[in-house]
Design a protein. Sequence first.
Length: 386
Amino acid sequence: MNRLTTSWGEYALTRFPEHPRDPLRAWDAADEYLLRHLAAPGAPALTGRVAVVGDRWGALVTALAGHPGPDELVQITDSYLGREATRANLARAGRAEGAVRLLTTRDAPPDRVDVLLVRVPKSLALLEDQLHRLAPALHAGTVVIGTGMVKEIHTSTLRLFEQLVGPTRTSLAERKARLVHSTPDPDLERPANPWPLRYALPEDAAAVAGLTVVNHAGVFCADRLDIGTRLFLRHLPEGLDGRRVLDLGCGNGVVGLAAAVASPGAEVLLTDESYQAVASAEDTFRASAPAGAKARFSVGDATADVPDGSVDVVLNNPPFHSHQAVSDAAARRMFAAARRALRPGGELRVVGNRHLGHHVTLRRLFGGCEVVGSDPKFVVLRAVKR
């Protein structure tokens, strides 16, 4: 567990789920830069309603909960894991439950914001959508400050602040981090919010070719079907009627939809830790699923809401990063969770980049795995719970 030192106190912070050997901190230099700026002489007053968008593991709101200024402190996040980390970090800091109002990106935003702090996300689309949603709550006196690592803040990032908030400038870089200062313009004519985005699946999308996908901002491959999923769709299990199928890390729900289209009698569960992803999956099913398809949607931590030994098939296209950190940790956790959820004889089917070596992890967890499909870049693997 690492400790973040700020002008308002020192805080022991962890990611979620907490792991004693996790080498990654719950904050970075961009979070520290923003907190130093807010504590410096001449810094803008943190009064009224302070909204923090994209606070990855709750480091910002945990520190700011010790500041005497805000009348209300609000966190807005797309990550279930980030939200749970925030709860744990606030409790560890001795903050009363309710010290921070926790909202998701799918909740109605506050109707007025006096200070808006934005942790610039990896997804430019998610930033665009959130600025669109929050713009009506800003007023001429609202303080708007973004923070991110230099590699995360591009000309396109600044252009979004200019288009959706008002005149924008950046700070000098410190420890490879930068601040974005934007001044709300009440007379600004903003373009329409393009999200969610709808598109028809291509001809090589197997059973779901031509069907409509609905993508909310921030979901992987928002405007096209990625090549890994294209391969996966050609190598899904058949004959799933009457069986319980889990689309684990469902994203926009295309894989779960394919299972429902091919086997209308299957019961499909779709889960993801992203609120935007699960909203996309629900809307995709609403647009394209066959009549009578049985589907349930859940935002959560892998299979935490799925009883052990209750699933016949798990379908998984795992991420290879976690909030900018390139790692197979998420995949390993998903594979272990899938094994717990499967009935004896049930199978996990996974698609991933060849170089990630998922077969090694699957052999260790399941006692073996086989290749059921491949191309030069991706491989589809099948592992059976014995």
